[in-house]
Ligand binder design. Structure first.
Ligand code: DGJ
Length: 729
């Protein structure tokens, strides 16, 4: 077991393969102090790292300066309002109007293996792979116990963090803040890496110094969002792919979040992660508990690539549950960019017929097949087939597509309601809105109040009855606006602050139900592109649509930021038509194929309108997908060069776990006049092996490729790409 408690020293030690995390119970009062997180310690007394023998000393020695102690001790889970002026992790409103929380150790429990939470997406693992430490703390004055939960994954170098708060008092308590994790450490000159973006520009990397001002990465949009990502990594100066210390947190949650870092007056940093406290207020009756979502914490002493490998392995092994996780996904063709709303059965069958002949394996019918949905102004909520577009209904269409040897998939946006819909006319109070205030529209739609069980039941049944009516293998679950106008017709005033979180729980409940009833369904989550690309959604769908921007060059940046944390098998990526609909750029069909290959791979274009030359490339690309997908899905990902940083070229690769095979993608973004070759190194290959590069007879020493690299000749032209496939000989 990799979790131990030293009774004499009162120290918890959590060990993974390469990291150690230590917590101490200090003073008679039982404060929980953070001691150490970093490279694995096999020996030595970590207790010597506690600064309890330095002024201001612990309160039992120096109670006159209790505040000084609370404000300087590295806390494991800091309370609120009692003298620690740094960011708190928990605050409340009690019957007497107090907001304070102060936590003291009571007991602990260590168990083998880990199960997921009941209502929230979260990691899991078998005995022998992981264990759980639960430290129970209490605040008698507030009438609360707080269980600090640590999942310790020996096999993947991950520690998960969460808390469960229980009202043990006699009166109701309102939780106004409950973060999931805190990490207090000495500042090592840290820089913070985070991901920001917008629609069609998701997950761009940012790296800034950590300072004495608070740095918040956050969403108050009701979903994780295009603009910010629930992730932060603190890195030591000079950290690159291969070297440096990295402390990262990633949130398994799809709603409002905050991740924050700040250096304090003593140059200690505090990093916290949790549900955003704005508009959050959860009423807890006596005996009730609140479970916080899970934060995934990773330490890498081997730079960013060590962090990336840990996240990839962890999500593949301990978070994604879909039967498709370890399988090739059918190569799909989606009609969105091909037709938008202008399609009918005949058009779709023609696309399917030509696509099937080229080797494409599934047709996905996107937005526009239901109700009065001739454009994006109406009909969300009316989940019955538009017979004008689809005479004969879905079963007929699905049968025709199946008859061509293809699977059939369909688009839904179950969380929404259009003002112009039969559903809204029947249930205007089902939209999220503040009573007495006109709710704001976005894409001419409102959000359904999924905190209400009857609304969830309707929305679920609407989707499920369609799925029961035809042979449907895949669902794209979309969500095209963010939440606003926090109000529910069903929640009492003193529970309105629960709406955002209850909404997210409602989405999770619906997706869980869907997967239980249709266990073989391939679910792809989506939110106006990649606005809800987060670990919470990965628990339900093994892939998520990465971005509405399908331009191969823009995708280099989006996929680089995404792949820093997420396995390539989760990144929805398609070859689309040119000029690209978002940026108007024209890129070679081959390059579009190569870039999409580094994700799930599929098509999103009108195959009937392609040139013969382009059509002929599709069977080759499908074959390429089948040849390399096992490696791409299961291997270790390496970032070699970043177009986002160098503005000239890009290179990433995947190396098989046994190092016998590797595939790198090199993209020359702009052609250059009068230039020499570029020397590219290939990290991840085994230095003691020899490799053959596909298409060449020559054998290369692994050591040469890793340490010195290869000269890649100019590819002549803009947006050119080359795949380099190495096999060990
Ligand atoms: C946003 C998605 O990202 C697109 O792929 C498409 O499904 C549209 N919504 C449909 O409205």
């Amino acid at each position: 077991m990799s979790i131990s408690y030293d009774e004499n020293e009162r120290i918890f030690k959590l060990d993974t393969k390469n990291s150690t995390y230590a917590i101490g119970v200090v003073d008679e009062e039982g404060f929980l102090a953070h001691i150490y997180y970093g490279d694995r310690l096999r020996e030595g007394q970590v207790g010597s790292l506690l600064r309890t023998d330095e002024p201001p000393f612990v309160p039992s020695v120096n109670d006159r300066d209790r505040v000084s102690f609370l404000d300087s001790c590295p806390m494991e889970y800091p309370g609120h309002g009692l003298g620690d002026y740094r960011e708190s992790c928990i605050s409340v409103r009690t019957g007497n109007g107090s907001s304070a929380v102060g936590l003291q150790y009571v007991s602990h429990k260590i168990t083998a293996g880990k199960t997921s939470f009941r209502d929230l997406p979260s990691s899991f693992g078998a005995e022998g792979e992981c264990g759980v430490l639960e430290i129970t703390c209490e605040d008698r004055a507030a009438g609360l116990t707080v269980a600090l939960q640590y999942g310790v994954f020996d096999d993947t170098d991950v520690i998960t963090r969460s808390v469960r708060v229980c009202n043990t008092g006699k009166d109701a308590v309102w939780l106004t803040k409950v973060y999931s994790a805190c990490l207090d450490m000495d500042d090592q000159g840290f820089e913070a890496i985070s991901l920001h973006g917008s629609w069609a520009r998701e997950r761009q990397m940012q790296r800034v110094p950590v300072s004495h001002a608070k740095l918040n990465v956050e969403s108050v949009r009701g979903e994780s969002g295009h603009q910010d990502h629930p992730f932060m990594a603190l890195v030591t100066p000079g950290t690159n792919q291969e070297t440096g210390r990295v402390y990262a947190m990633h949130f398994v949650y799809s709603g409002n979040f905050r991740v924050q870092v700040q250096s304090d007056q003593f140059d200690q940093v505090r990093m916290v992660m949790g549900i955003h406290p704005e508009d959050f207020c959860w009423k807890l009756l006596p005996g009730e508990s609140f479970q916080s979502p899970e934060a995934v914490m990773v330490y890498s002493g081997t730079g960013l690539s060590g962090m990336t490998h840990t996240f990839h392995d962890f999500y593949r092994k301990h978070l994604i549950r879909s039967p498709y996780r370890d399988r090739k996904r059918p190569v799909l063709i989606n009609n969105w960019e091909a037709t938008y709303f202008d399609f009918n059965t005949e058009k779709l069958i023609e696309i399917a017929r030509q696509a099937a002949a080229l080797g494409i394996e599934m047709l996905v019918m996107d937005d526009g097949w239901f109700g009065n949905r001739f454009d994006d102004n109406r009909a969300l909520g009316d989940w019955f087939v538009n017979e004008e577009k689809l005479p004969g209904g879905l079963a007929y269409l699905a049968d025709q597509v199946n008859g061509l040897g293809m699977k059939f998939g369909i688009w839904f946006e179950p969380e929404m309601i259009s003002p112009d819909s039969e559903l809204y006319r029947a249930h205007p109070d089902w939209a999220i809105a503040i009573p007495g205030r006109r709710a704001s529209l976005c894409r001419n739609q409102y959000v359904l109040d999924l905190s209400r069980p009857e609304v969830r039941d309707y929305a679920y049944e609407a989707v499920a009855s369609v799925l029961r009516s035809a042979n449907i293998a895949y669902v794209k679950w979309d969500m095209n606006r963010q939440l606003s106008d926090l109000g529910s017709a069903a929640l009492p005033a003193d529970r309105m602050g629960e709406l955002y979180h209850r909404y997210v729980l409602g989405v999770y409940e619906m997706q869980e139900r869907l997967l239980r009833e249709f266990p073989d369904l391939l679910l792809e989550n989506c939110s106006g592109g990649g606005a809800r690309f987060d670990p919470g959604m990965l628990y339900y769908s093994p892939q998520i649509w990465c971005s509405d921007d399908t331009d191969a060059i823009e995708r280099l940046k989006i996929q680089e930021g995404t792949a820093m944390i997420y396995p390539l098998s989760t990144m929805g990526a398609h070859v689309s038509a040119c000029p690209n609909h978002i940026v108007g750029r024209v890129t070679p069909f081959e390059t579009r194929g190569h870039v999409a290959l580094m994700g799930t791979f599929g098509y999103e274009l009108d195959v009937t309108a392609l040139s013969e030359e382009e059509k002929q490339m599709i069977p080759q690309q499908v074959a390429m997908y089948h040849k390399y997908n096992d490696l791409i899905r299961e291997g270790d990902y390496y970032r070699v060069a970043s177009y986002a940083e160098n503005h000239a070229f890009d290179c990433c690769g995947v190396v098989g776990k046994d190092r016998t095979e590797a595939l790198y993608l090199y993209v020359q973004v702009l052609g250059r006049p009068n230039c020499r070759s570029r020397r590219i190194r290939f990290p991840g290959l085994a230095e003691d092996r020899q490799y053959r590069l596909e298409g060449e007879e020559r054998i290369y020493a692994g050591e040469l490729l890793v340490k010195a690299g290869m000269n890649i000749q100019d590819l002549h032209g803009d947006f050119q790409s080359r795949l380099l496939h190495f096999t060990a000989v």
